[in-house]
Write a protein that binds this ligand. Structure first.
Ligand code: F6R
Length: 241
């Protein structure tokens, strides 16, 4: 595992953005694994700026997102579909039918999980997966206790995850109780992983990730079994190091 230390969120985003652009320029039909939330937002801003300034093209790039809330249609402003369109897809030249996000409004959710897992395989697997980390060590919506062998599945969200995400909703009651997420095994099959960690609120999780044991009680620890993980963290997240 490689650790890149940065000063702040902007520098973390820049470092990650440079790595992604470099990969796309080397392999223009790359499959990117994407995350939502605060951690990758600055990276997406970097990718948009770079696309505008340097013409990096996403015409052949494919993307698969980690997760989606169950029960929110794509047009709901709190859905991850909406987030991705606003934060990235609407501003680059990626083709809509190359972007994939689990369908949390699917009628048959079990079928949707299998379809999504199969889709990732058909795309030839994920070349580069971007991840954030939850304060409880979750990756995707894989909460503590999720088997490392899990593939795309339905999860009941932990109360602290719902509380952390309620900042985007009018009230905690509006935060969905369930989500579809790629599993830990799905994530570990990615060829390369970039884990973004910023801010003091993630300092404890980052410390546990680096120094703790590999355990299903701390989902991110599974990444320590992967051969090609780069952690990009800022000074506040690194405060216990
Ligand atoms: C988002 C995701 C989550 C987040 C994590 C950190 O698609 O899968 O695991 O990466 O909750 O969220 P932020 O970045 O908002 O602190």
């Amino acid at each position: 595992m490689k650790l890149i230390r940065t000063e702040n969120y902007t520098e973390m985003s820049l470092e990650a953005g440079k790595i992604i652009v470099d990969k796309i320029r080397t392999n223009p039909s790359l499959t990117l694994g994407l995350a939502t939330g605060s951690s990758p937002k600055g990276v997406y801003e970097y990718l948009i700026q770079d696309h505008e300034a340097n013409g990096t093209t996403y015409k052949e790039v494919k993307s698969v997102n980690l997760d989606e809330y169950i029960g929110l249609p794509a047009k709901d402003p709190n859905s991850y579909h909406y987030f991705m369109n606003q934060a990235l897809f609407n501003h680059i030249d990626i083709s809509e039918n190359h972007t994939h996000i689990p369908n949390g409004a699917a009628r048959d959710l079990e079928h949707e999980c299998n379809r999504y897992e199969q889709l990732i395989k058909e795309l030839g697997g994920i070349d580069l997966q971007i991840l954030g980390i939850g304060q409880n060590g979750h990756i995707g919506f894989n909460e503590p206790g999720t088997p490392f062998t899990s593939t795309t599945h339905i999860v009941a969200l932990a109360q602290d995850t719902r509380e952390a995400n309620s900042r985007f909703f009018n009230s905690l009651d509006e935060v969905p109780t369930h989500a579809i997420t790629m599993g830990i095994a799905s994530i570990l099959e990615s060829k390369e992983i970039l884990l973004l960690v910023s801010g003091e609120s993630k300092a404890e999780a980052l410390y546990k990730f680096v120094n703790g044991e590999i355990s299903e009680n701390f989902p991110a620890s599974a990444l320590k079994t992967h051969q090609n993980v780069t952690v990009i963290a800022d000074r506040d997240a690194l405060k216990y190091f």
